[in-house]
Design a protein around this ligand. Structure first.
Ligand code: SME
Length: 161
């Protein structure tokens, strides 16, 4: 009924609170799979307008889908392919306003219209994988989402280091 658009301060505050929640949820649990699964569920259900949120894990050769929320997804993605493979190869967050305008985008779910992919890198610089969030809305992600998702990924990576 009401279209409540959070202010920038609210959005940053929301991400800060989410980081604290994630930190508390992951603390003391050594299972990477358990933590990744709960992290994906927490983020997916705490922010609006997502149709997929999850991990692709690097197996030493390519990215393989890991714990996620959303519809079944592509299983393996080569480095350099699609948004995920580009984030993994460049080690830079990819913020894609409109996936249909991204050359080489891999359409796992036809509903996806925009996405953000954060590379996950170990302290020694080696690749762990990527964190991928898709939205059915064009332009869903902005620089506050980039900062927020990168901070959340930092909290997650503290648990696998
Ligand atoms: N869209 C991604 C593929 C993974 S799915 O979105 C879950 C890409 O182009 O890398």
């Amino acid at each position: 009924m009401f279209d409540i658009k959070p202010t920038v301060a609210d959005k940053r505050q929301h991400y800060a609170e989410l980081c604290e929640q994630a930190r508390g949820m992951l603390a003391g649990e050594p299972s990477m799979i358990a933590n990744a699964a709960n992290f994906a569920a927490l983020v997916y259900h705490s922010l609006p307008d997502f149709n997929w949120a999850g991990f692709y894990l690097y197996d030493g050769k390519e990215l393989v889908v890991g714990p996620f929320q959303g519809k079944p997804a592509c299983i393996r993605i080569a480095l350099g392919r699609g948004v995920c493979g580009t984030a993994a190869q460049t080690r830079q967050t990819q913020l894609v306003h409109d996936v249909h305008a991204f050359d080489g985008h891999i359409a796992c779910d036809a509903a996806s219209a925009s996405e953000i992919v954060v590379p996950l890198v170990h302290a020694d610089g080696s690749l762990f994988g990527v964190w991928d969030v898709d939205s059915p809305l064009v332009g869903r992600f902005d620089d506050d989402d980039r900062a927020g998702m990168e901070a959340l990924c930092g909290v997650f990576m503290e648990t696998v280091r």
